[in-house]
Design a protein around this ligand. Structure first.
Ligand SMILES: [Zn+2]
Length: 187
């Protein structure tokens, strides 16, 4: 799935690596239709000294780092992860995550994460700090990486991030995709 690419210089290049974890973040920037583009331009600045692979807002996805390269998004957990920034705030409550804008972000992000999980064979399950330390594979929040390795105080995507709903959306996408493949394989 090709996305518009705004290259960030804040990366560690590799010739290829194993992806074990998809790390979810919130951008902590106003929920607008150009939020992904605005944050991607910030990541494109060398003085930002941070980056993520993908930025997702309600109507678009911008890629900033190639998946084989290491983005600088979650200290202690970058080497084998893909970082995804969502438009929204870690401080959002359940209502904030339930408005039209956030639904659009989560729908869009779930399609992206389903594709990542399928291509990198990452299990669709929520990981906590203990799981990350044990190098289990799956999805985690930046907060979990911070708790696991103690190298950051970032707590996004926040305690009210709707993990259950998000994982359900991802599983629905994967079920839909495999259904299409099965049907098209039939004579
Ligand atoms: Zn973060």
């Amino acid at each position: 799935m090709p996305y518009p690419f705004v290259a960030s210089p804040n990366v560690t290049h590799t010739e290829g690596r194993a992806i074990d974890v998809v790390v979810m973040h919130t951008m902590e920037a106003a929920e607008r239709l150009d939020t992904a583009e605005v944050v991607a331009r910030w990541f494109a600045r060398p003085d930002a000294e941070v980056s993520a692979h993908y930025c997702v807002d309600a109507d678009s996805i911008v890629q900033c780092v190639r998946e084989q390269d290491i983005a600088w998004h979650a200290r202690g957990g970058n080497d084998h992860s893909i970082g995804i920034e969502l438009a929204g705030y870690a401080g959002q409550g359940p209502k904030g995550w339930d408005d039209d804008y956030s639904w659009a972000v989560l729908e869009r992000a779930s399609a992206l994460v389903a594709d990542l999980c399928r291509r990198h064979d990452v299990p669709v399950r929520r990981l906590r700090a203990d799981d990350l330390r044990a190098r289990r594979r799956g999805l985690a929040g930046h907060a979990d990486v911070s708790a696991a390795f103690g190298r950051s105080t970032h707590w996004d995507p926040g305690p009210d991030f709707p993990w259950r709903r998000f994982l359900r959306l991802i599983r629905m996408r994967l079920a839909l995709a495999s259904d299409v493949v099965e049907r098209s394989a039939q004579p």
